[in-house]
Ligand binder design. Structure first.
Ligand code: FAD
Length: 464
């Protein structure tokens, strides 16, 4: 199968097409470079052209045309994903959804919008009616809802609501297939698992319906805590405090704040760890009672009574993968891991701290998992070599710490390392030529892959 790029491009020339090599390259990239492993392998990749449809009918036309000419299609929201999710491994067409931004309907408890709507714009529209998204990525200001559903996992709000994959956190998706004559399908309930977190490998989401929660003017807080275990305990306990409503509970091991958060650092003492919280304003009296239980914990910042010379910005932009971003700005040798700790996490976290002193810094995020609070970690890693990074991953796994490896570009390797039969079955049906985001689903290309070492997509465009 050879792609006829010129024919597809010509057939789509009445649509908004970008074929300026500089901007095509920019629109072919995401935040893959947080990983030195992916940076070494994906940096050269670029699509052949970018098309930005204005309607669902134009999306259908692009998919029909590219199907006819065997041209790969990689969907792009805002390109803030990690894992190289939005990078066109085989070149071809980038389908940029920047024009599909309408927030169509807001009802009590739910919003209906187009996939290219930014998370912040959806929240702004909903807040006018006293509602907000249950959860959002820390890239709230720049990321799209379609990209969050197809590539993200959860984020601010996950300490209360769980993750995107949990039942009820996505209500409905409208999806276009890539066939000779594309179909438009509506998914709810169990069907949502076909395309959510599938990196756009088996359909293009053209409308989403998401659940909402009551909106609050959240109070962002920073606490400095002398002892790491106390910091972790505090962050977990507040998430379990049934009457205190929170939207974020993060812990940053010393010296993360001292070294990488320049606006916070002047307020930190040597050896202190940082806790970041978002608490509903009506819960602040209760929070003050709660915080007194933790020896030495100092409240150094509250956004509703800010006294700092330099505004630190939204507290959530210190959490989730913004921690890595801030560390990278100071030390380009930093990379990260995404870890899920088993059980209540405390023993394993202590073990990992003991095993990698000075090399792996804990950055914990409390998330709710089927009614129980657990720790996820986006640990900061001082990168030395690929071999050592692989060893660190293996040692985590050997201690039952589940790693969602951000140094891999496939769904399976960045996930639970096994094929997802539901997504694969839907890809067979919806993308029979395998043209949607090729190379991201191993089970499509190499069903018997054993997950020993990194998988190399044989169809990857070579560096020129
Ligand atoms: C600093 C930083 C912080 C981050 N924090 C978080 C976080 O808190 N939580 C989190 O989950 N992620 C986080 N991420 C990852 C990423 O920002 C989010 O997942 C974000 O929501 C992706 O949205 P996007 O519009 O940028 O998607 P893109 O990067 O454009 O796309 C992501 C994936 O979805 C596919 N896709 C996009 N739109 C569609 C569509 N309409 N139909 C089908 N497939 C589609 C793309 O092909 C790609 O595979 C972070 C990344 C960075 C760099």
């Amino acid at each position: 199968m050879t792609a006829n790029i010129a024919a597809a491009r010509q057939a789509l020339s009445h649509l908004e097409i970008d074929d300026n090599p500089v901007s095509i390259r920019a629109k072919s990239r995401d935040f893959f470079w947080y990983s030195p492993v992916l940076k070494a392998r994906l940096d050269h990749l670029t699509a052949d052209f970018v098309v930005a449809p204005k309607t669902e009918a134009e999306v259908i036309e692009v998919l029909r045309t590219c199907y006819a000419h065997d041209v790969p299609v990689t969907v792009r929201g805002a390109g803030t994903g990690n894992y190289g999710q939005a990078m066109p491994l085989a070149g071809g067409c980038v389908l940029h959804l920047k024009h599909l931004t309408k927030v169509r309907e807001i009802h009590p408890g739910r919003v209906i919008c187009e996939p290219g709507a930014l998370l912040k714009d959806i929240d702004a529209a909903c807040q006018a009616q006293g509602q907000e998204l249950r959860m959002f990525s820390s890239t709230w200001a720049t990321a799209t809802i379609g990209g969050f559903i197809a590539g993200g996992s959860g984020g601010i709000g996950s300490c209360t609501w769980g993750q995107l994959r949990d039942l009820g956190n996505i209500l409905r998706l409208r999806v276009v297939t890539m066939e000779e004559e594309p179909r438009v399908l509506e998914f709810r309930g169990a069907e949502l698992a076909r395309v959510s977190h599938a990196y756009g490998t088996n359909g293009v989401i053209t409308e989403v319906e998401m659940p909402l929660a009551p909106a609050y003017d959240w109070v962002g807080l920073f606490l400095a805590v002398p002892d790491f275990d106390t910091a972790a305990r505090l962050s977990m306990d507040i998430a379990n405090e049934d009457g205190i409503l929170i939207k974020l509970s993060s812990v940053f091991e010393c010296p993360t704040a001292q070294d990488y958060f320049p606006r916070v650092a002047p307020y930190m003492r040597e050896g202190e760890h940082l806790v970041a919280l978002m608490v509903a304003p009506h819960a602040m009296d209760a929070f003050e009672v709660f915080a007194r239980r933790y020896d030495g914990a100092r409240l150094i910042y509250r956004s509703d009574a800010a006294t700092w010379d330099r505004d630190p910005g939204p507290v959530f932009e210190y959490g989730w993968n913004h921690t890595t971003l801030r560390a990278l700005k100071v030390d380009p040798s930093i990379t990260y891991l995404q870890v899920l700790y088993p059980g209540d996490g405390f023993a394993k976290i202590a073990k990992m701290r003991e095993m990698f002193p000075g090399e792996v810094l804990q950055h914990l995020e409390v998330i709710r998992d089927h009614g129980t609070c657990i720790f996820a970690s986006l640990s900061l890693v001082k990168f030395t070599t690929e071999e050592r990074l692989e060893e660190i991953v293996r040692l985590h796994e050997a201690h039952d710490c589940l790693v969602f490896n951000p140094h891999r570009y496939t769904l399976e390797e960045g996930g639970r390392q096994h094929r997802d039969e539901v997504q694969l079955a839907f890809k067979r049906e919806a993308d029979p030529k395998g043209l949607l985001n090729p190379g991201k689903m191993i089970s499509w290309d190499h069903p018997d892959f054993d997950y020993q070492g990194i998988w190399h997509y044989p169809g990857m465009k070579a560096a020129e």
